[in-house]
Design a protein around this ligand. Structure first.
Ligand SMILES: Nc1ncnc2c1ncn2[C@@H]1O[C@H](COP(=O)(O)OP(=O)(O)OP(=O)(O)O)[C@@H](O)[C@H]1O
Ligand SMILES: [Mg+2]
Length: 374
């Protein structure tokens, strides 16, 4: 349970007490100085003026004492009034600003992430506090939006395979369908699709939270290319879409510090997409070049292409250009989100280019070269 806050004095009282303390110290110092040095200076001047007549000296002494007591008291009173007025207005303005921040915090705590604090005119520190608060609320808002979208997308993705499994089980129960090999294969397919969905979504969530576990090793660009090409050829043995690789020996020898399996997954996702979206007699090219301190890997195909309006969204979770067709391929639209998260976790970047439908697509990733290899 949260501990009860200790309220203590209010801001105005604290300000007033602080200025009263300053006043008291100032007045005490002024009185001490006047008492210790004022008397001596006064007597010196009386002697210099040769005023030795006791009644005259006593009068002058009395005048001097009343003058400094009066001026000190008046100064003290004026300073006290000024400090009360200033403390009051300052406390009121600061109180109002703090109250706005408190109200916004209460709204955020109640789940209203759109609450923001105006910057106000209370100076740099309050403006910085308001900006930091707004940044926090903005981030929470974004996380909440993502969470809601993720849940609804996930529910949507699960509905189709679940409905299929449910429909078949019902048909088998009613004796309308037979639990033969093809039905069982179909059911297993749907279950695989669901388990792949669960695995992918958990991977992309951990990656986006920045908690993806990574096992960095040193790999040459050549090794990465080789295993990606072998895998792609095994998956597409017909050879109706040709696969080419373009990389010179120097580039192949560059070393990257990366997680072998995760980078393998990135290459698989990009190549799978390229093959899926390239019709027969098309071509997929894997091109690797050096770009300063980075290695640039391009996966280029001569296939379907992507219209300009879809390009900025293809890395979003569950985004598919042609929902019905892409789903029929068995895709759930997470592949590229995984690619982006993994590459980001390696300190790299990803990009996509396409001249439009039918014009082919190029996905490019840039990964930092290990410092020992630069
Ligand atoms: N090479 C490509 N050519 C044309 N469109 C592509 C290409 N790669 C991806 N896309 C489009 O981007 C969408 C998102 O791709 P992504 O890999 O994230 O999902 P998916 O392939 O549909 O499903 P998953 O990868 O999860 O099995 C695809 O549905 C497709 O519409
Ligand atoms: Mg994909």
């Amino acid at each position: 349970m949260a501990s009860q806050p200790k309220w203590g004095w209010k801001l105005g009282t604290r300000l007033l007490a602080a200025s009263a303390l300053v006043l008291m110290v100032g007045a005490g110092a002024a009185w001490l100085v006047a008492f210790l040095t004022g008397q001596a200076i006064f007597h010196d001047h009386m002697l210099m003026a040769e005023a030795t007549d006791p009644p005259v000296v006593a009068h002058a002494q009395e005048a001097f004492e009343s003058a400094w007591t009066l001026s000190l008291s008046l100064a003290l009173a004026a300073a006290f009034i000024a400090s009360v007025v200033i403390s009051f207005f300052l406390a009121r303005r600061m109180g109002r600003t703090l109250n706005r921040i408190r109200q916004a915090a209460v709204h955020v705590a109640e789940g209203d992430y759109a609450a923001r604090v105006p910057e106000g005119s209370m100076g740099a520190e309050f403006a910085e506090l308001a900006a930091a608060f707004n940044q926090m609320a903005g981030k929470l808002d974004h996380v909440e939006q993502t969470r809601k979208r993720l849940l609804s997308d996930l529910a949507h993705e699960m509905r189709t395979p679940l409905a299929t499994v449910d429909g078949y089980l019902e048909a088998i129960t009613d004796g309308v369908a037979q639990p033969d090999a093809s039905t069982l294969a179909m059911l297993r397919d749907q279950v695989h699709r669901l388990s792949r969905l669960a695995r992918d979504i958990s991977l992309v969530s951990t990656a986006e939270e920045g908690t993806l576990s990574m096992h960095h090793t040193h790999l040459t660009v050549g090794e990465i290319l080789e295993s990606a090409i072998t895998q792609a050829r095994n998956k597409n043995p017909s050879g109706s879409v040709s696969l080419q690789s373009e990389a010179d020996e120097t580039t192949k020898g560059l070393v990257l510090s990366c997680d072998k399996d995760r980078i393998g997954q990135v290459m698989t996702n990009l190549l799978d997409n390229a093959f899926q979206h390239t019709p027969e007699a098309g071509q997929v090219t894997l091109r690797v070049t050096r770009a300063g301190a980075f290695v640039r890997i391009e996966v280029k195909d001569t296939g379907d292409g992507i219209a300009a309006e879809h390009l900025p969204h293809v890395f979003e979770r569950f985004y598919r250009v042609d929902t019905a067709r892409d789903r029929a391929h068995g895709g759930s639209g997470i592949g590229l989100a995984i690619v982006r998260s993994i590459i980001k976790a390696h300190g790299g970047t990803v990009d996509v280019q396409s001249e439009g439908p039918g014009q082919g697509t190029t996905f490019s990733i840039e990964l930092p070269i290990a410092s020992s290899s630069r």
